[in-house]
Design a protein around this ligand. Structure first.
Ligand code: NAP
Ligand code: HSE
Length: 435
């Protein structure tokens, strides 16, 4: 058997613990596939004396990063999260000649370019399968499996916490707060769960998917991002009455005048494949010129699915190390100097149907005024419903539109919200009538 692949672990929380479990539980398969064992030689944590489940030998744990970086390792695995000190530690690791595996999409979305340059200069690799889609091998597939094709569009449910929460609210009638607490207890949520429910985690993942699918850098802060925190139990109920389910969707589409990128809760027909992706499951629907549509589906967060992706990356690096090779693939799939420049498209140009929920005081002429303003903005109504009002209370009026331009819809909403009979800002959600 050849030399073991020695690993230093930065972090031993949900994902790090899963990595240790997989290395122990699947040791035989891993050795048979890699031709040697993977050994974790040092682990960085905040509190080295904390009791860990399953137990980790105290001698492996340290709260001093130098003990990990200076150890005799081939690979540093970063599963600690956050920007700093993760960024500094990985740059240090690369300068020492270590390869890097990371699950940290926030770090990659903000500092990926710097890390990849450092890796190229050091002739080392940074790989990141677990950063998007948890256990789904979507990064490897986009970088290698679809390398021959031209990708037109991506539709992804890529935040497990948000999908888990919306499913629990929709199917079990759970409150938003209870659903979030449950997702946190299961280890799905980020350390700061506003990253999940606010859509930022999905925007960071979408920026990575766009880079490796279209060869385009879009800062995640520039992606139009709306979280599930704007969806109410009423919206879920009304959507059901129209035959839709509400899903946290990330969308990227290539147009002649740029790439459209957005993250938001979306009405999807309940009968479609993406509409059937529930709980912590994620899915990415990719549409490309030669292959057509292809769907990748699996658990998008949680200890073992995510750790499985991390360990598969260690195995890939182990194989490269055994062959004395690195840099086989460009980190972001494309040789950037050969990609034609493209910009991000103005989000106001997005075209799709919209779900609009107006909260209005029930008085004569309300519907005529709303539909008049929508008509003036070129927005055509497809379906409408209004529930019975209680005296003195506002009543929801819900409208599904035909395909409309986002800029026109936002302008129409601003005009309607200025009217006296409107009780609160109008809720709008986009609709994707996917097949
Ligand atoms: P976690 O449970 O909070 O674990 C973080 C670990 O890192 C802990 O062991 C913690 O030490 C250690 N740590 C954090 N900051 C540190 C510091 N400054 N110095 C030393 N040690 C530090 O996080 P996680 O859920 O495993 O997530 C880790 C990464 O994987 C994140 O980037 C996350 O976005 C990504 N990810 C997570 C999932 C998931 O389902 N959880 C899925 C995909 C990707 P202590 O144990 O002593 O506190
Ligand atoms: N918090 C993330 C999610 C973890 O819920 O999808 C997986 O990246």
């Amino acid at each position: 058997m050849s030399e073991a692949i020695r690993v230093g672990l930065l972090g031993c929380g949900t994902v790090g613990t899963g990595v240790l479990r997989i290395l122990a539980e699947n040791r035989e398969e891993i050795v048979a596939r890699l031709g040697t064992a993977i050994e974790v030689v040092k682990i960085l944590v905040r509190d080295a004396d904390k009791v860990r489940d399953p137990a980790v030998p105290r001698s492996l744990l340290t709260s001093d990063p130098r003990e990990v970086l200076e150890a005799d390792v081939h690979v540093i695995v970063e599963v600690m999260g956050g920007y700093e000190p993760a960024r500094a530690l990985l740059l240090d690791a690369l300068s020492r000649g270590h390869h890097v595996v990371t699950a940290n999409k926030a770090l990659l979305a903000r500092h990926g370019a710097e890390l990849f340059v450092a890796a190229d200069e050091a002739h080392r690799d940074v790989i990141f399968e677990a950063s998007v889609g948890g256990g789904i091998p979507i990064i490897r597939t986009l970088r290698e499996g679809l390398a021959a094709d031209r990708i037109h569009a991506l539709y992804g449910i890529i935040n497990g916490t948000s999908n888990f929460m919306l499913t629990a609210m929709s199917d079990q009638g759970k409150s938003y707060a209870d659903a979030l607490a449950d997702a946190q207890a299961r280890g799905y949520a980020e350390a700061d769960p506003t990253m999940d429910v606010g859509g930022i985690d999905a925007a960071q993942k979408l920026s990575i998917l766009i880079a490796i699918s279209f060869g385009l850098d879009i800062a995640f802060e520039d992606i139009r991002t709306e979280g599930i925190d704007r969806v109410t139990a009423d919206d879920i109920r009304f959507a059901k009455r129209f035959g839709y389910t509400v899903k946290p969707l990330a969308v990227a589409k290539a147009h002649a005048d740029g790439v459209e990128a957005r993250v938001h809760p979306t009405l999807i027909p309940a009968s479609t494949m993406l509409g059937s992706v529930h709980g912590v499951f994620n899915a990415v629907l990719v549409s490309s010129r030669a292959l057509g549509p292809v769907l990748f589906y699996g658990q998008g967060a949680g200890m073992m699915p995510t750790a499985h992706s991390v360990v598969s990356d260690i195995i890939e690096l182990g194989r490269n190390i055994q062959r004395g090779t690195s840099g086989r693939l460009p980190h972001l799939a494309f040789h950037r100097e050969l990609v034609a420049e493209r910009a991000q498209r103005d989000p106001r140009l997005t075209r799709c149907p919209f779900y609009l929920r107006f909260e209005v005081h029930d008085e004569p002429g309300v519907l005529a005024k709303i539909s008049g303003i929508l008509g003036d903005h070129g927005i055509s109504i497809r379906q409408m419903l209004q529930e019975t009002s209680q005296p003195g209370e506002a009543v929801p009026v819900v409208i599904l539109t035909h395909v409309a331009q986002e800029g026109a819809v936002l302008d129409a909403i601003a005009a309607i919200d200025a009217l006296d009979f409107v009780a609160e800002p109008t809720c709008y959600l986009r609709v994707e009538d996917l097949a």
